[in-house]
Design a protein around this ligand. Structure first.
Ligand code: NAD
Length: 427
C-alpha cells in the first residue's frame, strides 16, 4: 500500500512525460518496469541471544533499479520493517540518485528488529549474519549499502569487516562496498552531517531564487541526525528556529533557539520537551512546550519535516499554515496531502531533492575508497554544493518551463535520465 501511494505521485506525470519524450507505448513499458524492483532478497537471520536461545530475525535487501549504475541505499533496523516499506524506499533511491546525477541505481535494506532490545554483541552478530546472507549480491560495482534509521558507522564497520573476511581479502577498494563507515575505517568526512547540510544548501538556493529575506522563521519536526544537523546549519546562516520537536513533543519560542544548546539539554533530559529554557532564550520567558500536532500547524515560513513518513495526511493537511515545506525525511506527505497542499499554493521542496545530500556524500566515500584518497570536510561540502546547486537549477528550469511544481519537475529530470538508458537497453 505504501508503494502504491508513493508511485501514484510519479504516475501523475506519466502523460506529461509521454508528451515530452514523444513516445507512448515505450513510456508505458518504462513505468511498468519502474513499478517493480529488479530483485528482492529476503533472508532469515539466526542469532544466538545472551541467554543461549537462538532467535531468527527477518531481513530484506531490495534492489530496485540499476540502469544508471550499482544499486545504492541504506539498511534500517526497525521493528516495523516490511517488504512494502523497503520497496518504496528503494524506488525513491533510484529516483534520487538519477535526479542529482549520480552514476548509481536504487536499493534499500532492512531488518525487522528493535535494536534497543539487543545487547551490543547480539547487534554485532545480527549485522554480520545479514552480510553472510547477502554478500553475493553486494560490492562496489553491484550494490553499496549505507546506514539508515537506527544503523550507524559502527554497524557499517562490522559489516565491511565481515564482508572482507568472507572474501578473504584486504583489498582497500572493497571497502567501497559499504558507505557511512567510521572515519578511522575509511569513511568520509562530513557524512554524518551531509543530509542536514544538503537540506540547508537546497533551502538557500530556494531563498535566493525567490529573493526571500534570511530571517525566515523555521519549525523542524524531528531532532535526530538529520533534523539536528539541518537546524545547526540553518542557525549558522541566520534562520530563526522557532520550533523543534522529537517523538515525545516539541518546544516553541518566537525568539528562536540555538540548536547546540537544545541538543545539550536533550542529551541531559533524554527529550526535547522543557528545553525551551536554555541560554539567552530563558531570559525572555517566551518559550513553551508544544505538541507535535501544534508544531505542524504553526504559521511559519518554512516547516521542515525531518522525522517519519506520512506525518502530513488528508486529515491534517488543511491545518498546515507554513508557506513552504522542506521534506527532509523520506515521504513525509501522503499523496493526498501533497495534492491538498499544492492546491492551496504551498511550495513543497521534495524529499528526493532536499535529502539527497546523504547519498551524494556516500558516493564521495566510494570514490575516495576506490581512488585511495582522503578528502577534507571542506572539499566534501564544496563538492556537495556543486552537485546540489546543479540539480536545483535544473529542477527549477523545468518547473519554470513546464509550469509544474518542484516534485513533478524533479521527477521529470530524474525519469529522463533513467529513460535515456532504458531506451538503449530495451530497443
Ligand atoms: P533519527 O532516528 O536520527 O531521528 C529521527 C527523529 O525523529 C528523532 O529525533 C525522533 O525522536 C523523531 N521522531 C520520531 N517520531 C516522531 C514523531 N512522531 N514526531 C516528531 N518527531 C519524531 O533519524 P534520521 O537519520 O534523522 O532520519 C530522519 C528521516 O530522514 C527519516 O525519514 C530518514 O529516512 C530520512 N533520511 C535520513 C538520511 C540520513 O542520512 N540519516 C538521509 C535521507 C533521508
Amino acid at each position: 500500500m505504501i508503494f502504491e501511494n508513493s508511485f501514484k505521485k510519479i504516475l501523475k506525470i506519466k502523460n506529461l512525460f509521454k508528451n515530452l519524450v514523444k513516445e507512448d507505448k515505450k513510456v508505458d513499458y518504462f513505468f511498468e518496469i519502474l513499478k517493480k524492483p529488479q530483485r528482492e532478497i529476503k533472508v532469515y537471520l539466526p542469532v544466538k541471544r545472551e541467554n543461549g536461545e537462538i532467535e531468527i530475525f527477518e531481513g530484506y535487501r531490495i534492489q530496485h533499479n540499476n540502469f544508471l549504475g550499482p544499486y545504492k541505499g541504506g539498511i534500517r533496523y526497525f521493528s516495523e520493517v516490511n517488504e512494502d516499506e523497503i520497496n518504496t524506499l528503494a524506488f525513491l533511491m533510484t529516483i534520487k540518485c538519477a535526479l542529482v546525477g549520480l552514476p548509481l541505481g536504487g536499493a534499500k535494506g532492512g531488518i525487522k528488529v528493535d535494536p534497543k532490545s539487543l545487547s551490543e554483541k547480539e547487534l554485532e552478530n545480527l549485522s554480520r549474519e545479514y552480510v553472510r546472507k547477502i554478500y553475493d549480491f553486494i560490492g562496489p560495482d553491484k550494490d553499496v549499502p549505507a546506514p539508515d534509521v537506527n544503523t550507524n558507522a559502527k554497524i557499517m564497520d562490522w559489516m565491511v569487516d565481515e564482508y572482507l573476511k568472507i572474501l578473504n581479502s584486504n583489498d582497500k577498494k572493497l571497502k567501497a562496498t559499504f558507505t557511512g563507515k567510521s572515519i578511522e575505517n575509511d569513511g568520509s568526512e562530513g557524512r554524518e552531517e551531509a543530509t542536514g547540510k544538503g537540506g540547508e544548501i537546497i533551502l538557500e538556493k530556494f531563498v535566493e531564487k525567490l529573493k526571500l529575506q534570511k530571517t525566515l522563521r523555521v519549525a523542524i519536526q524531528g531532532f535526530g541526525n538529520v533534523g539536528y544537523n539541518l537546524a545547526k546549519f540553518l542557525y549558522q546562516k541566520g534562520y530563526k528556529l522557532v520550533a523543534l520537536s522529537d517523538s515525545k513533543g516539541g518546544i516553541y519560542s518566537e525568539e528562536g533557539f540555538n540548536p547546540e544548546l537544545v541538543m545539550e539539554c536533550k542529551k541531559e533530559k533524554g527529550m526535547i520537551s522543557g528545553c525551551y529554557c536554555v541560554g539567552s532564550v530563558c531570559d525572555s520567558k517566551l518559550g513553551k512546550d508544544i505538541t507535535n500536532e501544534e508544531l505542524l500547524e504553526l504559521d511559519v515560513d518554512v516547516l521542515a519535516l525531518a522525522a517519519l513518513e506520512n506525518v502530513v495526511h488528508k486529515d491534517n493537511a488543511d491545518k498546515i499554515k507554513a508557506k513552504t515545506i522542506l521534506e527532509i525525511a523520506n515521504n513525509p506527505l501522503t499523496e493526498e496531502a501533497d495534492e491538498i497542499l499544492n492546491k492551496r499554493g504551498l511550495i513543497i521542496i521534495p524529499d528526493i531533492l532536499a535529502n539527497s545530500g546523504g547519498v551524494i556524500v556516500s558516493y564521495f566515500e566510494m570514490l575516495q575508497n576506490l581512488n585511495n584518497e582522503k578528502w577534507s570536510k571542506e572539499k566534501v561540502f564544496e563538492e556537495l554544493e556543486k552537485y546540489l546547486s546543479k540539480a536545483f537549477d535544473e529542477v527549477w528550469k523545468i518547473k519554470e518551463e513546464l509550469n509544474i511544481d518542484l516534485r513533478k519537475a524533479s521527477f521529470v529530470l530524474a525519469l529522463n535520465r533513467i529513460y535515456e538508458k532504458y531506451k538503449t537497453l530495451y530497443q
